[in-house]
Design a protein around this ligand. Structure first.
Ligand code: GLN
Length: 231
C-alpha cells in the first residue's frame, strides 16, 4: 500500500500516523505538504492526520480545507481512492465538503483528552476489515470540537445507508450519554461518504498501535487497510 500523509501548518499527529501506517500496514508512506498540487504517483490512501491546523481558527479545519492540496484529494476521492481523516483530519474533510455535517464544540465546552470506547458498526468497509462488526475498541480522543452534528435528513441517510461506522459506547458496547463524551448526535464517532471510500473519525487509532502505548486496539484499522493492497 502506498500512503500519503498530508501536513498542514499546526498539524501534530503526522508522525504518529506515518509510524502506524508503516508498522501495522507495511505502507510505503510519504509526507505531503499542504501547498502541493499533486499526490505522489500510485497513492492508494490519503490520510489527513490530527492536530491544530492554522491554530483552529476560524473553525477547526476551515482554513486547511481550502489548501492547494485539497483539489488533489478531491480528485483522488472522485476516482474511488481511499481517504482517511482522523480528528482534525475529520474536521477538514467536513469543512471541505468531502463528508457531510460539522464538528461543533464539545457539549461540555471543554477540551477532552482520554480514552474512548467505540463500537465498530461495520466491518465490511475498506477501513474496518481488521475488526468484527459489534467489536468495541479502546482508542484515545483529544479534541475540543468533536461534537458531530448534521441536519435530520443527513442523519437519517447516514443511518439508513449504514454510513455510521463508529459510535461512542460503554466498554461493553452499550449506548450511554455518559460515554458519548462530546455529545455527538447518535453517538457518532466516525462516518463514511456515500461511495464508502472516505472515512472520518474523531478518535485516534494511530495512538493505540504498540504495547508501549498501553493498548493495540487501533492496529486493526491499519492492518485491515494494508491487507487489501497486499499482493
Ligand atoms: N487532536 C486533534 O486532532 C485536535 C482536533 C481539534 N483541533 C480540536 O481541538 O477539536
Amino acid at each position: 500500500m502506498k500512503s500519503a500523509v498530508l501536513v498542514f501548518p499546526g498539524i501534530n499527529r503526522e508522525h504518529d500516523m506515518a509510524r502506524a501506517l508503516r508498522l501495522c500496514a507495511g505502507s510505503d508512506t510519504a509526507m505531503v505538504w499542504h501547498t502541493e498540487t499533486a499526490l505522489p504517483d500510485g497513492t492508494d490512501l490519503v490520510v489527513l492526520p490530527g492536530g491544530f491546523s492554522y491554530g483552529d481558527y476560524l473553525r477547526c479545519g476551515a482554513i486547511a480545507a481550502r489548501a492547494p492540496v485539497m483539489d488533489a484529494v478531491r480528485a483522488h476521492a472522485a476516482k474511488g481512492g481511499l481517504v482517511l481523516g482522523v480528528c482534525n483530519g475529520f474536521q477538514i474533510l467536513c469543512e471541505a465538503g468531502l463528508l457531510p455535517g460539522v464538528l461543533m464544540r464539545n457539549a461540555g465546552l471543554k477540551f477532552i483528552c482520554k480514552d474512548a470506547f467505540i463500537r465498530v458498526e461495520r466491518a465490511d468497509t475498506p477501513f474496518t476489515r481488521g475488526y468484527k462488526a459489534g467489536q468495541v475498541i479502546r482508542v484515545p480522543v483529544a479534541h475540543g470540537e468533536g461534537n458531530y452534528m448534521a441536519d435530520s435528513e443527513t442523519i437519517a441517510r447516514l443511518e439508513g445507508e449504514g454510513r455510521i461506522v463508529f459510535r461512542y459506547t460503554t466498554p461493553d458496547g452499550a449506548l450511554s450519554p455518559e460515554w458519548n463524551m462530546n455529545g455527538s448526535i447518535y453517538a457518532i464517532a466516525g462516518i463514511l461518504n456515500e461511495r464508502g471510500n472516505v472515512l472520518g473519525m474523531m478518535p485516534h487509532p494511530e495512538n493505540h498501535v504498540e504495547a508501549t502505548m498501553g493498548c493495540t486496539d487501533g492496529r486493526g484499522l491499519f492492518a485491515g487497510l494494508g491487507q487489501q493492497f497486499a499482493a
